[in-house]
Ligand binder design. Sequence first.
Ligand code: ZN
Length: 442
Amino acid sequence: MKRTIIEVILALALVGAGAFGWTNFKGNQKATGQLTELKAASEEATKAVAEKEAAIKAAEEEMATLREEMAPLEGQAQQLAAVKAAMANGATLADLEAAYKSQKNLSAERQVGLGALRMLTKGAEDPAAIESFRKALQMSELGDRKNTICAAQIALSAAGEKVAVMADCIPKSAKGDKGDKAEKGGHGDKAAAKDGHSKDDGHDHAKDDGHGKSDDKKAPEKHAVHWSYEGDMGPERWGKEFPTCAKGKSQSPLDIRGPFVKSRVVVTTDYKEGPLKMINNGHTIQVNVVPGSKIRIDGVAHELLQFHFHRPSEEKIDGKPMAMVVHFVHKSAEGKLAVLGVLLKEGNENPGIKTLWANMPMEEGPEVAPEGVNFNPANLLPREFDFYSYEGSLTTPPCTEGVRFFILKSTVNVAKEQVAAFPFKRNARPVQELNGREITTN
Ligand SMILES: [Zn+2]
């Protein structure tokens, strides 16, 4: 009995202890829960504070960087103000205008220089300045002179004109994200201000206004953007500086092969004789054509601006290139580009090319205009006018798209010696992806 009582008491005690322990445990658990919550809340608060601090620090760093970037800009603004003040009386502009008066067709580089001087003398909105830049742009956008294109685009944009400034024209800042912003252009001041940013660019622009390329050779390291047909700056790398070259979906040249779609487009040429003007621009021999020669595409006139040569032909027919090709570059009043390609096949001497080669500058340099020499671009055309046609691009940087190509099926002859005398051994961009484009034929 006694034992039973003790056992009961013990059992009760045990249960009691258990109950006590349980209650205690629950209480502790609740407290721990609260503590955890408190801890989490405090951690969150600390984190938020840290984040805010980091943001403030980043903002401060940004401000410091901006201040650093602003300092040289202020200096440049002062220099610009000094130059403007020096030009304000207009004497230099009058001198230059007088000097250029006898030259009917100024080079793009000189147009840019003239425009810049007009802008400095008369202000950004001066219509004559704008006209100079527009002319420069029109002349240079078909070629390869990026510095001139950029100078003209940035100047027009700064003058409030509606001009898209190529992304390629905006110098890459250390942050590397500014290039895209200006792609759409139209925001001239910003583009111009950014341009002022880079000393190299300013330097190049200055050079472009009239000094020509010979100067560039003395300081090749300043020539920030250049391209070539081989090596580090070869066609595979063009896209780095000129995004369209890599990202474009209708690039030229093409390997022309069937199936073809029937074309009903009618193309006629009306080329006229004019004074011969040639330039060796370091990438090709180009003949600049005075106004008056044109082709008509379904009746729509496209003015012939220039023609130039590639060796071997950039276009291939069924995988095969020809010895050379002539590209006749035209532009309609609406600004639509059209290239007529004439393939040169090795054979007899070509009398037209004989005249051109006799006058061509063998070294890169400014345009030459041999006295008393006239040329009719029609001398380089075959008699038959059947063609292949497709939508393509400039075959040199910036590889601008929206260029209509007509490659004539009939070839013209060029002598082996004439091909060998061409100063560029290889200046042909490789063929590009068709990307579902139609090639038509008439
Ligand atoms: Zn070409």
